[in-house]
Design a protein around this ligand. Structure first.
Ligand code: NDP
Length: 596
């Protein structure tokens, strides 16, 4: 990890001081409590702007083979992999009005995936689809989600605009009773939960937010009725309008240049600047990615996974900002292995990090013409503290006469919202429209949030059981006392920035579990001893990220500056090793989870 721009030791200590100072300016005593849920009087921010009006339907009382909670990529992949295993009656249920999950909800102007489309879009080998851009627009991704759902015939029995309200294990029928907010109470032999992680939009708890009399919405519920246009732009409804955007994370970075093209004036209310690296999006052909070779997509995403997990590799097929900065990201990744000489490693890591961040700060300086604006756009923290972003349009947008950056770091964000606009540092900004690009609540959807109560054997509630004994599972999928329940998502397993790859491996595993239980006429339920063994594996050599996050600028990666990464523990040896472990386990030890 050396770099030609490796900073000198005195520069490094000056950077350390600057990073500490910038962090201290931003840490708030209320931490994650500073946000508001999009519920009750703020519930309109989370309403579905895309769903067709739902016709009344009779509540369902039938029985299916598998109920899949969630119609995003996780649920779709689970459905597809189950179908490949010959499972017939699969019912996907989602609050949204259609398939796509995050790509259903997020349709804001400028939306693209920032992971290469040829590794992000799942089941390319199976569907024969070859993405047209290196980084696909959101609509192409949403359509691909629908394409998979159609290929595996998941639409006919799907329940949309329907939220699962509870799951109850019924001993007499050896099945789950699935209840919903539309009055359904149907049975499912198996339940797969794929409820996502960052799915509930959140708002900042700014005083007076409810008083704003202009138009307002969250980026994940874009109001094209007001702005006109499409994700590609032409937002003619914003002509002459004063538009405020709160938030400069991965969403803000994509949306702000598009707003700048069409709005009368855009005020960007920034609290912490993102790192915005080179995007270099381009059209791609099948030949560019070797799509004529069988299994090309699987091989490509495996290669990407290895590189971003800090594993050894021969060739970098994707060759982009993620793979080139993998050494800097590995701090956050579970495969991060303890080096023999920790001190040397830390020093080399810090120097490489500083060189990378200097490169980003130089990019700002070279692009943004107003020196004060350029200074305010420079990020002062270590690269992996916040999700890196990529855009070639973001910094140039600040050279336009109709874009004003308003830095809010000194006041911990916007001070107050009034009927007419917002107040920062005593200055009032009159606005016609206020758009929140303020992200999503972490861990507030699905099983872990308690919003989907799961009652297993003897009526025991899953979260109560975990509250008493800690989270327990076998590989994150199955739990003792909760037969035939398979959980997908981030739970005692391994993750990666290319999350659809993770979900697909999970879906393959979920389908194999169901197929094995069907073959043997058994229930899926690990013993407590199997759970204990998995907990012991997870505890071996777990990497220590605590010190890194403790020094980071606040954000959802470190619970707003509290210094702890979110979520349950992860498998300590990384995603590639975890997938290999699952494959071997399926061949050799499947009996461990089958009970009669
Ligand atoms: P984030 O949580 O990353 O960003 C929220 C933004 O709102 C931050 O800039 C935050 O500032 C700001 N903010 C919050 N409260 C206030 C306040 N009171 N005043 C001013 N600013 C405030 O949300 P995003 O929607 O941008 O991204 C969420 C995640 O979604 C990403 O990290 C990524 O995982 C995913 N994503 C992925 C994309 C892709 O292409 N794959 C595209 C978009 C999103 P501060 O930093 O100071 O807290």
């Amino acid at each position: 990890m050396t770099s030609p721009q490796t900073p000198a030791p005195d520069e490094l200590s000056a950077l350390r001081r600057r990073y500490r100072h910038e962090r201290e300016r931003r840490v708030r005593p209320d931490g994650p409590r500073q946000y508001r849920a999009t519920e009750a009087e703020f519930g309109f921010y989370a309403a579905d702007p895309y769903a067709e009006v739902q016709a009344e339907r009779e509540p369902l009382r039938d029985t299916v083979d598998v109920a899949v909670v969630g119609g995003g990529f996780g649920g779709i992949l689970a459905g597809a992999r189950l179908r490949q295993r010959g499972v017939e009656h699969v019912r996907v249920i989602d609050t949204a009005g259609g398939f796509g999950g995050t790509w259903y909800w997020n349709r804001y102007p400028g939306i693209h995936c920032d992971i290469e489309s040829h590794v992000y879009l799942p089941m390319l080998d199976e569907t024969g689809y070859v993405p047209r851009w290196k980084y696909a627009p959101g609509e192409e991704i949403r359509r691909h989600a629908v394409r998979i759902a159609q290929k595996y015939d998941l639409g006919a029995d799907a329940l949309f605009s329907t939220t699962v309200t509870a799951l109850h294990w019924e001993e007499s029928s050896r099945s789950w009773v699935v209840t919903t907010d539309r009055g359904d109470a149907f049975r499912a032999t198996y339940v797969v939960t794929a409820t996502g992680t960052l799915s509930e939009p959140k708002l900042p708890g700014i005083p007076g937010i409810e008083r704003f009399a202009g138009h307002t919405f969250h980026t994940s519920r874009w109001d094209y009725g007001y702005t006109a246009g499409s994700p590609e732009g032409a937002l003619t409804g914003l002509a002459g309008k004063r538009v405020g955007v709160v938030g400069t994370g991965a969403t803000g970075v994509q949306v702000i240049p598009k707003l700048a093209e069409d709005a009368g004036h855009v005020y960007v209310f920034q609290r912490t600047p993102s790192t915005v690296d080179v995007r270099a999006n381009r059209r791609t052909t099948a030949a560019d990615v070797g799509a004529d070779r069988e299994g090309w997509a699987g091989a490509r995403r495996e290669n990407f996974l290895r590189i971003v997990a800090g594993e050894e590799f021969d060739e970098d097929l994707v060759a982009d900002g993620w793979t080139s900065s993998a050494a800097l990201l590995e701090k956050l990744l579970p495969s991060f292995r303890r080096p023999d000489d920790r001190a040397d490693f830390e020093a080399a890591y810090e120097a490489a990090d500083a060189a990378k961040m200097n490169e980003v700060r130089t990019r700002v300086e070279r692009t943004v013409t107003d020196p004060a604006t350029a200074e305010a756009l420079k990020p002062w923290y270590r690269y992996a503290c916040k999700r890196p972003t990529f855009s070639d349009l973001y910094y140039p947008a600040f050279n336009r006469g109709n874009v004003t950056l308003v830095d809010t770091a000194d006041t911990h964000g916007i001070e107050r919202v009034t009927e007419d606009g917002v107040v920062v540092g005593g200055a009032a900004y009159a606005l016609d429209c206020l758009i929140f690009a303020t992200g999503f609540s972490v861990g507030t959807s699905g099983v872990l949030s308690g919003k989907l109560p799961v009652h297993g054997r003897g009526g025991t509630q899953l979260l109560h059981a975990w509250g008493q004994h800690g989270i327990r599972s076998l590989h994150g999928f199955t739990c003792n006392g909760f037969p035939n329940l398979i959980q997908m998502g981030s739970l005692q397993n391994a993750s990666s920035v290319n999350y659809t790859h993770i979900l697909d491996e999970q879906a393959v595993h979920a389908a194999a579990l169901v197929a094995a239980a069907e073959d043997r006429g058994a229930l899926l339920e690990p013993s407590r001893a199997a759970e204990d063994a998995w907990l012991a594996t997870m505890a071996q050599g777990a990497p220590d990220h605590e010190w890194f996050h403790a020094e980071c600028t606040p954000g959802y990666y470190n619970r707003e500056g509290r210094g702890r990464p979110n979520g349950p523990h992860a498998y300590p040896h990384g995603a590639t090793a975890f997938h290999e472990l699952l494959r071997r386990w399926r061949e050799e030890s499947m009996d461990e989870v089958l009970s009669t």
